[in-house]
Design a protein around this ligand. Structure first.
Ligand code: AMP
Length: 549
């Protein structure tokens, strides 16, 4: 017997409809690519997104066509996003930090028909235009005054298209399983693969992430999504903020400490989300200038593991609460958050910190399991490492165009490629990417754990750990340290700093001071590149003594 409730397809256009109807005058403030801070509202964004839908239809965009965006976080990007999705086309967010060759590969693979771009990326687009044969139209997200036809002949102007089209456009009216968005993984192993979100998966992700124990967003919040819309949908904030009617503050292209701080203060931001490197830059700025955030209450930090020193600084020096989150493009992206349970909330702040530093627990809609290489389930004892597997209504089922083949196990779980533990409180902790974990004498060593401890050394700016070949133990850890500007340090002081904090046999065999620790396109340490750079490196130790943990 079927239920007798209304059939109301879960399509994301309804989210912006809701924002227009019930939070129409709530502001969206952007640091524009042209420079000035500009202000608009959900009602205006809604009307302009509809105009854009008509413009896209006029350019021949059909349901299912892919329309790409190469853009920073601004209100215009939100307009493009909803304008595309509202008519059943697929919004393909491109990460401008990728190499041009990778961008061309992705654009061709997706067969993007129209491409929205910020002014910033015109030179690179023009240079590679011939390698994007499927792209019929390029729309520059600016006004006539900033259009330079000589800079990009044939490009269309965003504001002109809006002015020429009416806001009378029907959105939705299609199956909730219709594709809404496309985002490619960063492709650290092989070619990038496309994750094709549906309206339904985005809608459910939005409902889940609004929850008190997840992002806990409210109509009273002012939210600064530093995390880009091209990186896993800005962790869903372009949807969830519209859904609750939070004021949005879009940072544009300026993500340095001073610019982020300026927006936090001038717009009275209460909530923000970003990768750890952004917060490190903000902290450095606040320390240098002796300034502090006056309205900021909560930050969500994810994308890579949050170092302890960062949580302590926010909590103890600035009174800002940190929620550590884990997720991936394939999980829409939020998978777990380290918000306390009833038991944990009763612990002392110091005991709670132990849990904040883990990646956390799944909200409703995410199922997790840990397995060994044979696919057998492993215990949730907080120490046994295993492959982290995930399933749920906003988790990838297959990659776009079937790349990578069958990606689910027989129970329908997706292999995240992460290695993790789960403790008796249900808190998951990532110990490594499966390809980065160090296998020493048949045992696994977590590079992330050592990195996070080492970066707590006051002289360290960034740390990375990789495995180096060893004749007896297969691999042993090497710690790479980028020092704070103008300081000197010795290998011995870093090893002494780690002593007692990790098992003896996890102690790196060497410490190498480097000028640069490269970060990839999504702000994560690029270990592939580090390994390439360290190719000729030979460990000074021939036979380290292996102790038991
Ligand atoms: P992406 O799809 O680019 O967002 O990358 C997802 C990957 O980033 C995950 O599979 C993890 O390896 C890593 N990641 C995301 N969040 C965290 C976190 N909080 N701690 C450690 N690794 C993380």
């Amino acid at each position: 017997m079927l239920g007798l409730m209304q059939n109301w397809p879960l399509t994301v256009d309804k989210i912006l409809d809701h924002a227009k109807s019930w939070h129409g005058d709530r502001e969206i403030v952007s640091r524009s690519v042209e420079g000035p801070v500009v202000r608009t509202t959900y009602a205006e964004v809604h009307a302009r997104a509809k105009r854009l839908s008509n413009a896209l239809k006029g350019l021949g965009v059909q349901p299912g066509d892919r329309v790409a965006t190469l853009a920073w976080n601004t209100a215009r990007h939100i307009e493009a996003w909803y304008g595309i999705m509202g008519i059943g086309a697929v919004c393909h967010t491109l990460n401008p930090r990728l190499f041009a060759e990778q961008l061309c590969y992705i654009i061709n693979h997706a067969e993007d028909k129209v491409l929205f771009t910020d002014l910033t990326f015109l030179p690179v687009l023009l240079e590679h235009r011939a390698q994007m044969p499927t792209v019929k139209h390029v729309i520059v997200m600016t006004d006539e005054a900033h259009m330079d036809p000589a800079a990009y002949p044939g490009a269309l102007c965003f504001e002109t298209l809006l002015a020429e089209n009416s806001a009378d456009c029907v959105w939705g009216d299609f199956d909730e399983n219709t594709a809404a968005g496309l985002c490619y993984t960063s492709g650290t192993t092989g070619n990038p693969k496309g994750v094709l979100y549906s309206h339904r998966s985005n809608f459910i992700h939005t409902l889940v992430t609004m929850g008190q124990d997840v992002m806990g967003l409210s109509a009273t919040d002012t939210v600064l999504p530093v995390v880009p819309m091209f990186h896993a949908n800005a962790w869903g904030l372009a949807f969830s903020c519209s859904a609750v009617g939070a004021k949005l503050v879009m940072p544009g292209m300026k993500l340095d400490g001073a610019s982020v701080y300026e927006l936090l203060e001038s717009e009275a931001v209460t909530f923000s989300a970003a990768v750890p490197t952004v917060w490190q830059m903000l902290l450095a700025y606040m320390r240098e200038t002796n300034s502090r955030p006056s309205t900021l209450q909560r930050v969500v930090i994810g994308g890579s593991a949050v170092p302890e020193a960062l949580v302590r600084a926010f909590r103890d020096d600035y009174g800002v609460s940190v929620t550590h989150a884990w997720g991936m493009t394939e999980t829409s992206p939020l998978g777990t958050l380290a918000t306390p349970t009833g038991k944990i909330a009763k612990m002392s702040p110091e005991e709670q910190l132990r849990f904040t530093l883990k990646q956390g627990r799944p909200p409703i809609g995410i199922e997790l399991k840990l397995v060994n290489d044979a696919g057998e389930r492993l215990p949730h004892d907080g120490t046994t490492f295993g492959r982290l597997m995930v399933r749920g209504p906003f988790v990838v089922g297959e990659y776009f165009k079937g790349d990578g083949g069958e990606i689910l196990d027989e129970e329908g779980y997706f292999d995240t490629g992460d290695v993790a533990t789960i403790d008796e409180y249900g808190f998951m902790q990532i110990t490594d990417r499966a390809k980065d974990v160090i296998k020493s004498g048949g045992e696994w060593i977590s590079t992330i754990e050592i990195e996070n401890l080492a970066v707590g050394h006051p002289k360290a700016a960034l740390c990375a750990v990789i495995g180096a070949a060893h004749p007896k133990w297969d691999e042993r850890p090497v710690l790479l340290v980028k020092l704070e500007p103008g300081v000197d340090a010795t290998k011995e002081e870093f090893l002494a700093f780690l002593e007692g904090k990790i098992a003896k046999w996890w102690t790196p065999d060497d410490v190498v001071f480097v000028d640069d620790i490269p970060l990839g396109a999504t702000g994560k340490i690029d270990k592939k590149l580090i390994r390439e750079r360290m190719k000729g490196y030979v460990l000074p130790t021939a036979a380290p003594a292996k102790a038991t943990a």
